[in-house]
Design a binder for this molecule. Structure first.
Ligand code: GLP
Length: 240
């Protein structure tokens, strides 16, 4: 289990051991972890070493600590491939999860200059501003603000955006979506983000801005999303 003659540091061996138990399902999300003292006694190692291993697992999102209660196994992160241009609805459905949206605001506003520029429309032209919490199996994953030109995509309703926007554009309007650029940045949750995502203010989040174009190159949307960093990770395949 823990090999003291191994050149691998003991804390690292414990990290791998606990990770392995989580990956094999021997420790499940929500399970509480044995105490530092129990681990120390079981493996005849110091509590400092146990603490170092647990801190590393907390930092990498496998475990979380609850003050005064203990340490628990975290929910598995959703791994999102950065390959195809997919919608939130498709992403969740392909994982067997049920997507839903909580509409926070939905209005047609006069386009601010920085949005007009990106959508290639005139300043003050009408745009939909749609703010939604995106959920998977009822758990908030991201807070998303979408800007779409109202002259380009007609007839969006509260009902449409409570479901899939891409589905409406492609299936109802038969408009072909082309490609997108996406920028990822790390940040921490503001008061508003923490409230909607049900996380503590200051928790790590991933900010994503997606600029999508139609197949004919017309800019379609500018979307700013805040994803929970404790539930999401992004994966990209690099080819040489
Ligand atoms: C993701 C993207 C958004 C896009 C949305 C469409 O969340 N980050 O840029 O607008 O998918 O999702 P849906 O079709 O489920 O509304």
């Amino acid at each position: 289990m823990i090999d003291k003659t191994s050149p691998l540091p003991i804390y690292y061996q414990l990290v791998e051991l606990i990770k392995g138990m989580i990956e094999k399902g021997e420790l499940k999300p929500g399970d509480s972890l044995p105490s530092e003292r129990e681990y120390a006694e079981r493996f005849k190692i110091s509590r400092m070493t146990v603490r170092q291993a647990i801190t590393e697992l907390v930092n990498s999102g496998y475990l979380f600590r609850q003050k005064g209660v203990g340490t628990f196994v975290a929910e598995k992160k959703i791994e999102q491939q950065l390959l195809g241009l997919t919608s939130f609805t498709e992403d969740m459905q392909s994982r067997g999860m049920v997507p839903s949206s909580k509409l926070i605001s939905f209005e047609i506003v006069s386009s601010p200059a920085y949005i007009s520029e990106q959508l290639n429309i005139q300043e003050h032209a009408p745009v939909y501003e749609i703010k939604r919490v995106r959920l998977a199996d009822g758990i908030p994953m991201a807070l998303e603000t979408t800007f779409v030109s109202a002259n380009l995509v007609k007839g969006i309703t509260e009902d449409t955006v409570s479901q899939s926007l891409y589905d409406y554009i492609e299936k109802q309007l038969s408009i072909k979506i082309g490609e997108a650029t996406q920028v990822l940045e790390s940040s921490i949750a503001t008061q508003q983000e923490s409230q909607y995502l049900k996380i503590k203010k200051g928790s790590p989040i991933l900010l994503i801005q997606r600029n999508t174009k139609l197949a004919d190159e017309t800019p379609l949307e500018v979307v700013k999303s805040s994803y929970r960093a404790d539930r999401y990770k992004f994966m990209i395949t690099l080819k040489r």
